[in-house]
Every structure is written in structure tokens, then in C-alpha cells.
Design a protein around this ligand. Structure first.
Ligand SMILES: Nc1ncnc2c1ncn2[C@@H]1O[C@H](COP(=O)(O)OP(=O)(O)OP(=O)(O)O)[C@@H](O)[C@H]1O
Length: 249
């Protein structure tokens, strides 16, 4: 089977001669569900930017379906939420529909079947009653669900999520992962998360990013394994659920 995305020996960063990512190689296959973990500042978001084509590597290659042009691969992206999103004057359903722009370009109107599809997705994440609300009126968790709908409305081959559970209400957290499991039947998923304990029940493999990338063909994480690869974690307990979190560097 051919990988959908193939990174080979990638060096990337923001200032010349100061690589944040070094010697990174990774193959992403159609049914993958990869948990991307690592310490703060280790380079997880930078890796996503490289994969999304937002940051050109200093050296190394990134190939999509054996093509050089990333726009030919349909990628869905759920970015980290930031506070600016709150002041953006746009209706919830239009946020979801804006996920079609990559396919349609800057268009003025959407078809009724596209609107229906957007409504179905909102119903999928239990926000059917908010379709016509302003996005700024929603809680952080609700906004994340809307952005998830936007990321998947174009049926991407790869769904990329950056800390989706940062703002998600506890009540929706399990539902979010169940939803991702369902989506994984149709698309590869790359998930950056600090919640290693929780995601390990859903992910299939692990990429530990700490300047370099170490890929583990398992969803079981041992401290020894991560220590070996300089990706420190520790076990703590939140309530009744044992949890692994990453040290701050
Ligand atoms: N736009 C930028 N310009 C310059 N340096 C940056 C920029 N974005 C990130 N960095 C630096 O690159 C390094 C890696 O950052 P990155 O955000 O990729 O890490 P991360 O693993 O996603 O961290 P976190 O878990 O805190 O989100 C850090 O040292 C960070 O300060």
C-alpha cells in the first residue's frame, strides 16, 4: 500500500540554521490513526504546519500521493482554538460551509444539499439548534465541534487535529473520540494531544516528536520507551482515571 503522505529526512524551522525539526521521516497510510505526542515546544505544531504545506522544510522532502503539490491532497485541519475566533462575526452554519472553500473557491452561495450536509454534521455533534447562532456566542467546546464539522465537510483523506480536547467539555470528550473512531473508517487521522492516557484507547500508533520523531507501531506507551527517545512523560491521576501527561521543558 502506498502512503498518502511521506516525509523523508525533513529539517524545518522558523529561522535559518535553527531547525525545530531534524531528520524527520514519517509515512501516513489511509487507515492510520496516529497520536502525535511530545513535550511543549517539541515541534508537534511545526510538524503539522509542514504536513499542511504552511511551512516549507529547509531540506528533505514531503510527498503526497507521489505528487509534489499539496493542494492535490484533501486535508482536513482542526487548529488549536484561539480567542480571536470569538469575535469573528459569522454564523455557525457558515463556518461549517467554509470548509468547502478549498474545493469551490471563494463562492457566494452554497447548494441546498451542501447546506443540508452542514446541518447533518451539526446534528452529528449535537449542535443542530445552533446553526444560525453567531459563532462567538458558543462555548469553547461547542466551537471546537463546529470547527470539526468544517474540517470534515469536504471528506478529507487525512484529518489533522491540534489539541482538539483543550476546550471540549468533559461530557463531549468521549463522544469526540467515538466520532473520530467512526471517521477513521474513512480517513487517516493525525491527532496532537497532551492527553496521552485518554487518546491511547483510540489511536493505533504513536509519533513522539521532540526535535526528532520516533514512530512506535503501538498505542501502548511505556515510560521506558519514551525515556529512551527523550520524550519524558509522567503518570498522574485525575480523579479515578490514571493519566499520563508530558513534562514541561
Ligand atoms: N511562528 C514561530 N516563529 C518562531 N518560532 C516558533 C514559531 N512557532 C513555534 N516556534 C518555536 O518552535 C519550537 C516548536 O514549537 P511548536 O509549537 O511546534 O511545539 P509544540 O510541540 O507544538 O508545543 P506545544 O505542545 O507547546 O503546543 C518552539 O521552540 C517554539 O518557540
Amino acid at each position: 500500500m502506498e502512503p498518502i503522505i511521506k516525509l523523508s529526512d525533513v529539517y524545518a524551522g522558523y529561522t535559518p540554521n535553527k531547525a525545530v525539526l531534524k531528520q524527520v521521516s514519517l509515512d501516513v497510510y489511509p487507515n492510520d490513526f496516529i497520536g502525535i505526542i511530545g513535550p511543549n515546544g517539541g515541534g508537534k505544531s511545526t510538524l503539522l504546519k509542514v504536513i499542511l504545506g504552511l511551512l516549507q522544510p529547509f531540506s528533505g522532502t514531503i510527498e503526497y500521493y507521489n505528487q509534489q503539490d499539496y493542494t492535490k491532497v484533501n486535508l482536513g485541519y482542526l487548529p488549536q482554538l484561539n480567542n480571536n475566533d470569538k469575535s469573528f462575526p459569522i454564523k455557525v452554519i457558515d463556518v461549517v460551509l467554509s470548509g468547502l472553500m478549498g474545493k469551490k473557491g471563494m463562492i457566494k452561495s452554497y447548494t441546498s444539499s451542501e447546506k443540508e450536509q452542514a446541518r447533518q454534521l451539526l446534528s452529528f455533534v449535537k449542535l443542530d439548534n445552533y446553526a444560525n447562532s453567531a459563532i462567538g456566542a458558543l462555548s469553547g467546546g461547542q466551537m471546537q465541534r463546529v470547527y470539526l464539522c468544517r474540517a470534515i465537510i469536504n471528506s478529507p483523506k487525512v484529518l489533522i487535529l491540534d489539541e482538539p480536547n483543550n476546550f471540549v467539555d468533559k461530557q463531549f470528550e468521549t463522544e469526540l473520540y467515538d466520532l473520530l473512531k467512526e471517521l477513521n473508517k474513512k480517513m487517516a487521522i493525525l491527532l496532537v494531544s497532551h492527553d496521552v492516557g485518554i487518546i491511547s484507547a483510540f489511536i493505533k500508533t504513536i509519533a513522539c516528536v521532540n526535535e526528532t520523531l520516533h514512530y512506535h507501531k503501538t498505542n501502548k506507551i511505556s515510560e521506558e520507551m519514551l525515556k529512551t527517545y527523550h520524550c519524558p512523560i509522567e503518570l498522574i491521576a485525575h480523579g479515578h482515571v490514571p493519566h499520563r501527561v508530558l513534562h514541561n521543558h
